[in-house]
Design a protein around this ligand. Structure first.
Ligand SMILES: *[C@@H]1O[C@H](CO)[C@@H](O)[C@H](O)[C@H]1NC(C)=O
Ligand SMILES: *[C@@H]1O[C@H](CO)[C@@H](O)[C@H](O)[C@H]1NC(C)=O
Ligand SMILES: *[C@@H]1O[C@H](CO)[C@@H](O)[C@H](O)[C@H]1NC(C)=O
Ligand SMILES: *[C@@H]1O[C@H](CO)[C@@H](O)[C@H](O)[C@H]1NC(C)=O
Ligand SMILES: *[C@@H]1O[C@H](CO)[C@@H](O)[C@H](O)[C@H]1NC(C)=O
Ligand SMILES: *[C@@H]1O[C@H](CO)[C@@H](O)[C@H](O)[C@H]1NC(C)=O
Length: 435
């Protein structure tokens, strides 16, 4: 019934690709409210500290930046001279069980872990019940790894681990969803007068006074500096990035004790323009999304490799969040998407075409080099099963719907983000398992 991506790829009609890009654009553009580098010498023992005078002196990109002209990407890498601090020990493995391989079990006694309407930090993009979703089963699924169990959720225990620490999630709206999930999972045990949150901005900070701890979210959808770094206003026709500068973001995230990164969907919107720091005439190079993402991942990896002492900082990378844009991928002959889906996929081998295998391969390669410094939270396969977990039409949309759209709800369904309570709660349970 279900075909794998590589089999499907060649048959994928152009129209589907256009629709996919259109839906992606619609959803990203709707977000009004919150909205390289050659790695060599990994075994060298000397520590290299990040310094790129070019990127320090180059003008900061913003949403008004334009390219004066564009040429094809010439394959240039940033030539990072990366030397990792020698790590004596690999990150310890808590147990030999693979927590990311398992199945979803219906469990309406212990789930959801919090109540949608009780969480003061809930986002209107993710509050599906509030926005009219009639079926609530999506809230009742527990992730059951094969061969072991996740610890029972206990917010007080987590706060004890976070005492005196700054935890920061850095990335795009999927990561922001995980951040909101984390706040909702943890906030209820903190009395109202002992918690606070700063207004939405580039860096949003939740503070829990009695634990002297913060849980923060930093908007950095491409990880490197880009013209989309405004957390609210990134409605742009073209993406421009500095492939050799993470400085704008790293100057914030370097202060965190626990860092959780993601990056994926913003790279799936077509070609990206590269503006190197040393480029003075505004000549951009246009790279395809995989090339551009690899440059950004390398820049990020260079920062991690040069700055993270695994004894002092814990770093996690959350793998790509799957989308459910074509129901024919899990049910042949149908023409819909995630709209009206009420149950998870049971085929354990299911893999949708939204999770690009070449990208996964590239990410694997980069993360492998950072093994002692970065733990992977591999959410892709387990989230693939959750075609029922997306908001579809049950969220706040920032534009009004046309009559044509209303007549065909699937046409404007959000099959990218996740309802809360829901799938990202489990990402956090897995994350805290490794803390
Ligand atoms: C849990 O689900 C079962 C089966 O659908 C149902 O009979 C039961 O009433 C539910 N319990 C709660 C607490 O919702
Ligand atoms: C969630 O909270 C609301 C209001 O406090 C309450 O009416 C509702 O029954 C609660 N739902 C669950 C599942 O606890
Ligand atoms: C959660 O952990 C705290 C501290 O370890 C403990 O006192 C409490 O009993 C636990 N709560 C539950 C429901 O297990
Ligand atoms: C609170 O945590 C910060 C680190 O995030 C630390 O520098 C500071 O000393 C702590 N303050 C108290 C009162 O423990
Ligand atoms: C484009 O060219 C103008 C005039 O030469 C220059 O002032 C501007 O900085 C260039 N744009 C970029 C992005 O470098
Ligand atoms: C994540 O899991 C998938 C299989 O579910 C695997 O193909 C991929 O290599 C893993 N990625 C990482 C970074 O561990």
């Amino acid at each position: 019934m279900i075909q794998k991506w590589h089999k499907k790829k060649s048959q994928l009609p152009l129209i589907a690709i256009i629709i996919f890009i259109f839906i992606l654009l619609t959803i990203f553009l709707n977000e009004k409210r919150f909205q390289q580098i050659h790695i060599k010498d990994f075994d060298d023992k000397k520590t290299f500290s990040f310094k790129s005078t070019d990127s320090v002196n180059a003008a900061v990109l913003d949403r008004f930046t334009t390219c004066n002209s564009t040429i094809k990407y010439k394959g240039q890498k940033a030539g990072w001279d990366l030397r990792l601090p020698k790590s004596d020990k690999q990150r310890e493995q808590k147990d030999s069980c693979d927590l990311f391989s398992g199945r979803w079990v219906f469990d309406n006694t212990s789930y959801p872990l919090y109540n949608e309407s009780d969480c003061p930090y809930m986002s209107d993009q993710l509050a599906c019940h509030k926005h009219g979703r009639p079926d609530l089963d999506y809230q009742y699924w527990r992730w059951q790894p094969h061969g072991c169990n996740l610890n029972r959720w206990n917010a007080t225990e987590i706060w004890n681990k976070l005492r005196g620490k700054r935890l920061m999630l850095v990335g795009d709206s999927l990561n922001r969803g995980q951040w909101i999930s984390m706040l909702c999972l943890l906030e209820s045990v903190i009395p109202a007068e002992k918690k606070s949150i700063t207004p939405n901005a580039h860096l949003t900070i939740f503070r829990a006074e009695e634990y002297n701890a913060t849980i923060e979210f930093q908007w950095a959808p491409l990880l490197v500096e880009s013209n989309s770094d405004d957390p609210v206003n990134h409605r742009l026709d073209e993406r421009i990035m500095r492939p050799d500068s993470v400085l704008r973001h790293s100057s914030e995230w370097e202060h965190a004790d626990i860092l959780i990164f993601n990056s994926y969907l913003w790279w799936r919107q077509g070609p990206v323009k590269l503006l190197w720091s040393k480029e003075k005439n505004g000549v951009c190079e246009e790279a395809d999304s995989l090339e551009a993402m690899e440059l950004a991942m390398d820049a990020w990896a260079n920062w991690i490799g040069s700055n993270v002492d695994p004894v002092k900082k814990k770093v996690f990378f959350v793998t790509m969040s799957p989308t459910h844009l074509w129901s024919r991928e899990w049910e042949e002959g149908t023409e819909g998407n995630c709209y009206n889906e009420k149950t998870p996929i049971e085929d354990e081998k299911y893999w949708g075409s939204g999770s690009d295998l070449p990208t996964m391969g590239m990410v694997d390669k980069v993360l492998n080099k950072l093994k002692s410094q970065v733990s992977v939270i591999n959410i892709t396969q387990l989230s693939e099963y959750r075609k029922d977990g997306h908001p579809s039409i049950y969220r706040k949309f920032w534009d009004t719907r046309t009559e044509e759209q209303l007549a065909n709800p699937a046409s404007y369904s959000d099959c990218i983000h996740w309802c809360l309570p829901g799938v990202p709660d489990v990402w956090n349970e897995l994350l805290f398992h490794f803390l």
